[in-house]
Design a protein around this ligand. Structure first.
Ligand code: ADP
Ligand code: MG
Length: 264
């Protein structure tokens, strides 16, 4: 059974999309079967894995708002070796259209992903930078959530709001939703601030903070303009090493969890 992981933080620019792309690719290069769901109308994850607008017809909008199935909209990439469910700006309209629905509007994504859950080891959802219905759909569909936290001032401030949204979704729509992990991004070991934010986040989330942190690395910001993940763009970069390490950490955490579930 595949695991659905949402990469969420309502704050923009914290590294959600960079993490969605490069964690997906990192897992794929380790032999895992991956579906990356671009759930942000900006479509940055779609472009980031090299899926050009001309190369697909259906998108995530068609999947959640019409009878189109996931498998009819998925595009299989060769490099990186993963499937992408692409997003276009159409998705921005879905947020508004859904408001009109009386019933089940929180479960539109979940209802469609069910059909392909067994086809993948991990389904990674790149969430939009808001706490609207799209985000609720992602958290309702997900088994767990990875929260990227940028190492900067006020890093923890928005988290209170995100955590209360997670609790609300747990209570109303998805009582199995877990926090998969908290990921420190754009870490700069030379600044006191990065170190302080790290300590504060670790104090709060304890062992749920990944040992791997993502350093600030210019290669990570350059790769998307080439339609490449960090592994094709510069596999020797610090960014590539960090995301490879994160992928291993995610796999080993889930292997441990699966074992624990078998026992008890
Ligand atoms: P979000 O999806 O949360 O809005 P992005 O992943 O798009 O955030 O990142 C915001 C910007 O920061 C992008 O231009 C991205 O290329 C850049 N960026 C993300 N992570 C890093 C990093 N570790 N080092 C340097 N630049 C980064
Ligand atoms: Mg993004």
């Amino acid at each position: 059974m595949g695991k659905i992981i949402a990469i969420a933080n309502q704050k923009g620019g914290v590294g959600k999309t960079t993490t969605s792309i490069n964690l997906s690719a990192g897992l794929a290069y380790l032999g895992k079967k991956i579906l990356l769901v671009d759930f942000d109308p900006q479509g940055n994850a779609t472009q980031g894995v090299g899926a050009t607008r001309q190369s697909f017809v259906k998108s995530i909008y068609d999947v959640i708002m019409t009878e189109v199935e996931v498998k009819d909209a998925v595009k299989t990439m060769k490099i990186p070796p993963l499937d992408i469910l692409p997003a276009t700006i159409d998705l921005a309209g879905a947020d508004l259209e859904m408001v009109e629905y009386k019933y089940g509007r929180e479960k539109l994504l979940k209802n469609k992903l069910v059909a392909v859950k067994n086809d993948y080891d991990y389904i990674i959802i790149d969430c939009p930078p808001s706490l609207g219905l799209l985000n609720t759909n992602a958290l309702t569909a997900a088994d767990s959530v990875i929260i990227p936290v940028q190492c900067e001032y006020y890093a923890l401030e928005g988290l209170t709001q995100l955590l209360s949204t997670i609790r609300l979704v747990q209570r109303l729509f998805n009582n199995k939703l877990m926090i998969e992990g908290v990921l420190l991004t754009m870490f700069d070991a030379r600044t006191k601030l990065s170190v302080e934010v790290q300590q504060e986040v670790r104090r709060y989330f304890k062992e749920r903070v990944y040992k791997t942190y993502i350093p600030r690395n210019v290669k990570l910001s350059e790769a998307p303009s080439r339609g490449a993940t960090i592994f094709e763009y510069d596999v020797k970069s610090e960014g590539a090493k960090a995301y490879a390490s994160l992928a291993k950490e995610v796999i080993s955490y889930n292997a441990k969890e699966a074992k624990a579930n078998e026992k008890g």
